[in-house]
Design a protein around this ligand. Structure first.
Ligand code: HMG
Ligand code: MG
Length: 302
């Protein structure tokens, strides 16, 4: 099968990237980051998360971030919403898309959102209905689809089951997430084929963390199946607070370098993303984790 000619890159750095930072990042810095990413041309930016501030303190500024960003018409600004309390906050903050997030492993569901998979689906049902009633896009994330930090292997049947439940809630898009970055290409294809069996392929996305350095290979393996939506984080920021040891998402700069090399259209300006990565890395006081970003900066420095 030929590769897709065009892919949608969802930039998750402001949410998945920053949520695990120990030091509080002020809302103004997050706003500047989102504005830079908007200017770089992303069609979709995950900008906020309306979760309990006791569980994820870094996301407590989400309301201010959503109020402060300069929105570009047509760009989707997404927010995580684990329950109706989160949905109400996302609605008030004028999110374009709400993201319900469940897991394919029971153990991770309990640790991350304090309930079983079945309970989580019951909690998501009114959120899904409210999203429809208010004309918001609805996305679902399926964590630990490729492996779980607590349970280890996750059966394909469990992935199929959760994807089908999310589909039945009326999701526009479903993310198949390698929360702890353990997958390798053949495994990725087996999991993605399972997801394709349960949901339309043009609504499926690959959300790969890069813990074992396999994320680009996993993206390529997904492209080979026709998956055309991927999540990435500027400068490779991130990690999940409830997946200890897991590193950030695959770096956006690396994904864009790959797509550019393959002649796959993204509509995103790689140089502007490198600048955004430099901005947030300078704030955090460390070198960015993107290999392509570092190479481009070295080349610029001559
Ligand atoms: P709970 O303690 O079971 O909730 O937490 P509760 O309903 O019993 O409420 C307890 C308290 O939380 C109450 O406050 C509520 O008001 C408050 P209190 O009366 O004690 O002062 N609360 C909230 N506050 C703000 N916003 C809300 C909200 N809901 C309740 N929406 C809950 C359940 C889901 C809230 C909690 O477990 C939680 O917030 N979990 C979030 C975990 C999280 O954000 N994880 C990271 C994101 S997921 C991820 O990164 C994976 C992903 O990237 C894909 C991948 O890589 O796998 C998406
Ligand atoms: Mg993630």
């Amino acid at each position: 099968m030929s590769l897709p000619q065009k892919v949608k890159i969802v930039e998750v750095g402001p949410r998945d990237g920053l949520q695990n930072e120990k030091e509080s990042v002020p809302a103004e810095v997050k706003i500047e980051l989102v504005n830079r990413l908007t200017a770089a041309g992303f069609p979709n930016i995950e900008a906020a998360s309306f979760v309990s501030p006791k569980w994820v303190p870094q996301m407590a500024t989400s309301r201010d971030v959503m109020a402060g960003i300069t929105r570009k018409p047509g760009v989707i600004y997404s927010a995580l919403t684990p329950n109706m309390q989160g949905f109400e906050a996302a609605l008030a903050a004028q999110a374009d898309e709400v993201v319900i997030f469940g897991a394919a492993s029971e153990a991770f569901s309990q640790r991350n959102i304090n309930c079983s998979i079945a309970e989580s689906i019951a909690r998501f049902a009114p959120v899904a209905q409210a999203a429809k009633d208010h004309g918001l896009r609805l996305r679902a994330s399926v964590s630990t689809a490729f492996g779980c930090p607590y349970q280890g292997d996750v059966p394909l049947a469990a992935v199929a089951d959760v994807v089908a439940r999310m589909r039945d809630l009326g999701c526009d898009e479903i993310d198949i997430a390698d929360t702890i970055g353990v997958s390798t290409p053949r495994k990725t294809q087996a999991v993605m084929e399972t997801a394709i069996g349960a949901f339309r392929i043009d609504g499926l996305s690959g959300h790969f963390h890069d813990t074992y350095g396999q994320a680009l290979a996993n993206i390529y393996a997904s492209l080979e199946l026709g998956i055309a939506i991927f999540h990435s984080s500027v400068s490779g920021l991130g990690g999940c607070p409830y997946a200890k040891g897991a590193t950030g998402n695959v770096a956006t700069e690396d994904v864009l370098y790959l797509m550019n090399g393959l002649g796959i259209e993204t509509g995103i300006d790689l140089d502007a993303v490198v600048d955004a990565g430099q901005f947030i890395s300078a704030f955090l006081g460390r070198k960015g984790a993107s290999r392509a970003g570092s190479a481009i900066l070295a080349k610029r420095a001559g």
